[in-house]
Design a protein around this ligand. Structure first.
Ligand code: SF4
Ligand code: SF4
Ligand code: FES
Length: 236
């Protein structure tokens, strides 16, 4: 099988350019991550114009959909490279870095804004978590967030310089909102109201985009109910 990979590249301090590679593979389960690894391992690899490719910079760690490091835009959709199977992408696909973050080089981006937002939201537990049937399901769902940033990519309201923190911080915050009450986490509840509820346009463009399959809109509804409307909601 063959696929043409149109990769948006950029050297440090340089201008972006597109480089196309014809990639051959035999295993139908081959992923974009495997293709990038193989291309980088082949010093003879050339693009479709016969020019040497040079190592394509991209990030990965677990290669098992657990760390979020390999998030990029594949065929126009923010996705994990280790979870994107070439055979499902047709004969030609465009691969780009996430567009909401500063590009470092090629497909690597600076996602420190995501982690800064987690710190800003004070997403840590002070005291005892309340674990009961109302809170545990929400807390478990929220705990699956990889901080990959795919939900931020499609969010019309998120930009790295704004106060709205986006779902990559709101989802972990919703875990603590589920497991604590306003008295225990007053600062977090207030921050949620200001930096999530008031900034989110409720467009739900982030619904169904999460590579971890997190029920983002369900968590939003539960956290809004608790932090804004002062009602704990039981997950169905
Ligand atoms: S909610 Fe999903 S898409 Fe957003 S950062 Fe977490 S894992 Fe990624
Ligand atoms: S509902 Fe809309 S504005 Fe709110 S986080 Fe999702 S995409 Fe962004
Ligand atoms: S490398 Fe960890 S999610 Fe892809």
């Amino acid at each position: 099988m063959k696929i043409r990979l149109d990769i948006l590249r950029k050297k440090r301090g340089g201008e972006p350019y597109l480089q196309s590679v014809l990639f051959e593979y035999s295993d139908p389960k081959t992923t974009v991550a495997a293709a990038l690894t193989e291309i980088n391992a082949d010093p003879e690899c050339k693009d479709i114009e016969g020019k040497p490719i040079g190592k394509i910079k991209w990030e990965c760690s677990c290669l098992q959909k657990k760390c979020g490091a390999c998030a990029m835009v594949i065929g126009g959709r923010p996705s994990l490279a280790c979870d994107s199977v070439l055979s499902s992408l047709g004969e030609r696909v465009r691969i780009e870095p996430l567009r909401k973050f500063p590009v470092i080089e090629d497909l690597t981006v600076d996602r420190s804004a995501v982690f800064d937002r987690l710190r800003d939201m004070q997403v840590w537990l002070d005291g005892q978590a309340q674990n009961d049937e109302t809170t545990t399901a929400s807390a478990y769902e929220a705990s699956r967030c990889l901080q990959c940033g795919c939900c931020l990519e499609v969010c019309p309201n998120f930009c790295v310089d704004d106060t709205f923190v986006g779902m990559a911080a709101a989802v972990p915050a919703s875990r603590l909102i589920a497991q604590t009450d306003r008295k225990q986490s007053k600062e977090l509840y207030d921050l949620y109201r200001k930096r999530v509820y008031e900034g989110c346009g409720k467009s739900l463009a982030c619904r169904n985009i999460c590579p971890a399959g997190i029920d983002i809109d369900g968590l939003l509804v539960s956290s809004n109910a608790a932090a804004v409307w002062k009602r704990k909601r039981k997950r169905g």
